[in-house]
Unconditional design. Structure first.
Length: 61
C-alpha cells in the first residue's frame, strides 16, 4: 500500500493537485492537497449526496 501512495504522490508532483485515472475499469481520483480534499468533502459534498441539503448548509450560502 505504501508503494501505491508514493506512486500517487509522484504522479501528482508532475501533474497537479487532482489526478483522474481509469485502471482495470475502476475510476481512481488522487487528491494531493488537503485544501482540495476539504473543498470536495465539506463544501461540495451536497453535489455528490443523494440526500437533500441541510438547512444549515442552505443558510451558510
Amino acid at each position: 500500500m505504501v508503494g501505491v501512495l508514493k506512486m500517487g504522490s509522484g504522479i501528482c508532483d508532475d501533474t497537479g493537485e487532482i489526478v483522474y485515472s481509469r485502471l482495470f475499469s475502476q475510476d481512481i481520483v488522487i487528491l494531493n492537497s488537503e485544501r482540495v480534499a476539504r473543498d470536495l468533502l465539506e463544501r461540495r459534498s451536497y453535489n455528490y449526496s443523494t440526500r437533500p441539503p441541510s438547512l444549515m448548509r442552505v443558510l451558510d450560502l
